[in-house]
Write a protein that binds this ligand. Structure first.
Ligand SMILES: *Cc1c(COP(=O)(O)O)cnc(C)c1O
Length: 214
């Protein structure tokens, strides 16, 4: 089973660098048949980017496998907050005041605590969501102090064209300044680079689910 081999190979590479980096297996677009063998190995972190797809695929599985952590890595629309709080353990895309307020209210209602990454628009790209660098500090204080959200770190998706290392280094510097210990950065094409800049959560899809990726 190629997906197990791919993941094993990535895990070995990462373990040689650090034992505190978690690999989020990004399962968006993948059917349960190819995910199940990975679940059987005991892997605990999975990422999805759409609420509806995530509910259909994971609802029954997480009811049985209560150790599994589900990560929302895609943009969250304010009308899907209820479902998101029900399903996910981590949200990597906290990106507006309005969303933060709704999440805080929903957490209180359900008495559930989610771990959050603030998504930063690290390349200052008009087409991307995320908090602008100059607003990070204020937004973080608001989420932590006014809303009591459990913000653990920062997340970014570097511009498609360009050197990821420049943006990873930037995110690392901001996280240090803001006293946040976790970093969600690094995907299939740049996860090894991300390990050089202190990433703690890698989000990897294609490198695991492509048959000939290694
Ligand atoms: C799809 C996706 C990933 C995984 O990307 P791959 O290139 O398949 O590894 C990581 N992060 C986000 C936000 C994604 O949408």
């Amino acid at each position: 089973m190629y997906q197990l081999k791919n993941l094993e190979c990535i895990k070995k590479k990462i373990a040689a660098i650090s034992n505190s980096i978690k690999i989020i297996v990004v399962t968006k677009g993948q059917p349960m048949e190819v995910i199940q063998p990975i679940i059987k190995t005991g892997h605990l972190h999975y990422g999805e980017n759409r609420i509806q797809e995530a509910m259909v695929k994971w609802k029954n599985i997480i009811a049985v496998n209560t150790n599994i952590n589900l990560h929302l890595i895609g943009h969250l629309q304010t009308n899907k907050v209820k479902e998101a709080v029900n399903l996910f353990n981590y949200i990597h895309t906290l990106d507006s005041e309005k969303l933060a307020k709704l999440l805080s209210a929903e957490e209180e209602k359900k008495n559930k605590r989610i771990k959050y990454f603030i998504q930063i628009n690290i390349g200052n790209e008009t087409q991307k969501t995320g908090i602008k660098i100059e607003h990070v500090s204020e937004f973080k204080e608001y989420c932590l102090n006014s809303l009591k959200l459990n913000v653990i770190g920062l997340m970014c998706i570097p511009p498609a064209k360009g050197d990821s290392s420049f943006f990873f280094n930037k995110l690392l510097a901001i996280a240090k300044e803001e006293n946040l210990s976790e970093l969600s950065m690094g995907m299939s094409d740049d996860y090894e680079t991300a390990t050089q800049y202190g990433t703690t959560y890698l989000r990897i899809g294609r490198a695991i689910f492509s048959e000939h990726s290694q």
